[in-house]
Design a protein. Sequence first.
Length: 469
Amino acid sequence: MKNNFNNEKGSFLALVPFLLFIFIYLSAGLYMQSKNVPMAFYQFPAVVAMAIAVVVAFCNRKQTINENFTIFAKGAGNESIMTMLIIYLLAGGFASVAKAMGGVDATVNMGLSFIPAQFLVAGVFIISAFLGLATGSSMGTVGAIIPIALGVADKAGLALPLVLASCVGGAMFGDNLSMISDTTIAATQTQNCALRDKFKVNFLIALPASIITIIILVVTGQPDSVIPLEELSYTFVKVIPYMLVLLLALAGLNVFLVLSLGIVSAGLIGIFAGGLTVFTFSQAIWGGFTSMSEVFLLSMLGGGLAALTTHYGGFKWLLGKISAVVRGKRSAQLGVAALVSAADIATANNTVAIIITGDIAKKISTEYKIDPRKTASLLDIFSCVFQGIIPYGAQLLATCNLVGDRVSPLAMLPFMWYTHILAIVAIVAIFVPFADGVIRKDPWNWEFNVPESEVEEKKASLELLTISE
């Protein structure tokens, strides 16, 4: 394929702000880790590092501060960015209300009630996967299940690193696929595709990886003694909002309506059966909104910074370098996977990794005619793969903290079967595109309720890859 970027020089200097963001975030994390500070890579707020990068980007003297601000504001207020931000707020509100009315506890207890005692480790993986899928939060899943998994492991004489790793692996499965996960929202919005379409492609890659993982856990996770699990109480109705959101999203209902219905249903169940009042219901919604403040601001600042970087030719320069080594669609997909993986290793945050590489991945996809749904899946998959295996990532660090540092992140890595297998299956899917069979309709007609008359205009604007407004 002829590369359109080969004859376009672009500007390396325009990339400096983005590189500065990664340098600040990585350096601060390494420094705090050298001081043995818990959760070292999360001590320097990503939003502050991004704000510093934006200030540096504003120092470009080719245009005035006012002109640079106009470019920044257009990027920060881009339709895709604003859509992403509203989805973040609604997803946070739903997750908060569902948890407040007892949905998390009901889900965990229901899952444990159905697990045969001899399949405890595989069961912990499955429960974590479902809870992660329902809540969209790997960290929330780890926090809810690890204390239970610890007790189960000690009582059954199971290897603690294996049990903990199965919990984290399941949490990453759910985080990767969930309709309300911030990684899914970031991946789909940066690539302009619908949540359910990305889910279909992603699911066909994640499913075989999860099945293989479950088989391995059944074989290797047999307890020393079969113990009867305590009878756990749960109310099934409290699980319904999670199932409702998942099913409505897969049915293709507008995501804003899906999440709004999820909030209302969780609130009504909470008021009538979960101990909520109208006031605590509204407070839970607000708490969910504020819980998304970091990723909200990061996405907005990142959108503005990306606009400045694009305007001054930073992405053009990077794409020119990438085109020198990319030889076709498969190597371009490997390039997208490598970019987001490197970003996650540098930032230890899968959402941040997707946000800062999303625009580059989008341009690579258009140049090499990669379906955006596949690109969104690759971004989400490989950011979650490395987030689940880097020893300084929040998921592994939080897990070790919850068990009183009885296990180190490095001790868990050999047992992180799901993330290892997912990476292998995803690479196989690039060369043997078995997951692409679900891609049928026009990939450009995915955005929420886009009128048919606007499809060709949107398609043309995405394919042009213009560097300035």
